[in-house]
Write a protein that binds this ligand. Structure first.
Ligand SMILES: Nc1ncnc2c1ncn2[C@@H]1O[C@H](COP(=O)(O)OP(=O)(O)OP(=O)(O)O)[C@@H](O)[C@H]1O
Length: 330
């Protein structure tokens, strides 16, 4: 049986004209030759920082954007030449607020979209009930969407995307802007979905989310795949390292560069966590960099200092940094 998703050398360049007196054409190479194979029933994660090319990749796979080069097939059908066949087999859910009728109940929204997607009338009732169950909105279906929380809306979006029983569903940052408790419920929904045999391609910024859910993950940066494997395989990328974590307040911008130059230091990143900044320094496991790091942070107010084993998130930072990108905390 053919794979659910196949991409070979997929590319997309955006051209835009800027300037009025002297118009110039600028080119953005958003996706630069992506090769991917996703098996049927697999839950595959596409992970990367802002602007990495995740959404562009998804839009080419789901026929919304024409590739500038390369090929892609969904369940064996070419995304450019067999658009209708592809569209019958896919669902697309993107994060955010658009796409639902606020003043209608969840049930009426689903009835409306079922009609629109051509779900046969005799199947609609059963299908909608099944989907409400899957996204755990049974019992709340008669409430208007305007009263729904962000997490409930996202789950309803997923139900909407599944109405026509697609074989492959694309979830583009489903947990964006969703609070941690709702995000956990959302993850449970995605896991349930994969258990029903649907192939899921999920994009996310959140390493922990990808780690928990995905069978395999591709880390994408600057339009190319930088690493691909199971979460366990990716975690090995940070083997042989130690991580020093320091809570700080008001780290000057140039300190990060100094930290990166210290002997034994492999990566350094500063992440804003509300009031506090979290300085993360990855070093070779056999080099104790704590003294040097604290010395560089002299004069900065510090909180807790901890040394720990690397996590998948550290591996992700290492992969992105190796791609010569500014480390972005997932
Ligand atoms: N319509 C467009 N015209 C011009 N450039 C674009 C367009 N859409 C995206 N880009 C650029 O292409 C690159 C990849 O964007 P894309 O939205 O695919 O990234 P992403 O990984 O989904 O990012 P994010 O996580 O922020 O959604 C970025 O540099 C972006 O600015």
């Amino acid at each position: 049986m053919e794979n659910a998703i196949e991409a070979e050398g997929l590319r997309r360049t955006y051209r835009s004209r800027t300037g009025w007196l002297r118009p110039r054409t600028t080119e953005v190479h958003a996706v630069r030759g992506v090769d991917l194979t996703v098996g049927r029933g697999e839950l595959f994660g596409l992970l990367g920082p802002n602007g990495a090319g995740k959404t562009t990749t998804i839009k080419m796979l789901n026929t919304l954007l024409i590739p500038s080069g390369g090929h892609a097939r969904i369940c064996g059908f070419d995304v450019e030449r067999q658009t209708r066949e592809v569209r019958k087999r896919i669902g697309y859910v993107f994060g955010g607020d658009r796409g639902l009728y606020e003043r209608l109940s969840a049930l009426d929204n689903l009835r409306y979209f079922a009609e629109l997607y051509g779900v046969p009338a005799r199947e609609q009732k059963h299908r909608i009930a099944e989907l409400l169950e899957l996204v755990t909105l049974t019992g709340r279906e008669n409430e208007r969407v305007e009263g729904y929380s962000r997490g409930m809306r996202q789950r309803l979006h997923i139900a909407r995307g599944l109405l026509h029983a697609p074989e492959v569903i694309f979830l583009d940052e489903p947990s964006i802007g969703v609070d941690p408790v709702a995000a956990r419920e959302l993850r449970a929904t995605v896991a349930n979905l994969a258990a029903t045999g649907t192939t899921v391609l999920l994009t996310t910024h959140y390493m922990a989310e990808a780690d928990e859910l995905c069978d395999r993950i591709a880390v994408i940066a600057d339009g190319s795949i930088q690493a691909l494997g199971t979460p366990a395989e990716l975690r090995h990328r940070a083997d042989g390292r130690r991580v020093l974590e320091i809570e700080a307040y008001g780290v000057p911008a140039n300190v990060l560069e100094d930290l990166q130059k210290l002997p034994g230091v492999r990566e350094a990143a500063v992440e804003e966590r509300g009031q506090v900044q979290l300085v993360t320094v990855q070093s070779d496991a056999d080099t104790d960099v704590q003294q040097d790091v604290l010395h560089r942070l002299d004069g900065v107010r510090l909180g807790r200092v901890t040394s720990r084993e690397p996590t998948l998130e550290d591996a992700y930072v290492a992969i992105i940094s190796a791609a010569n990108r500014v480390p972005v905390a997932a």
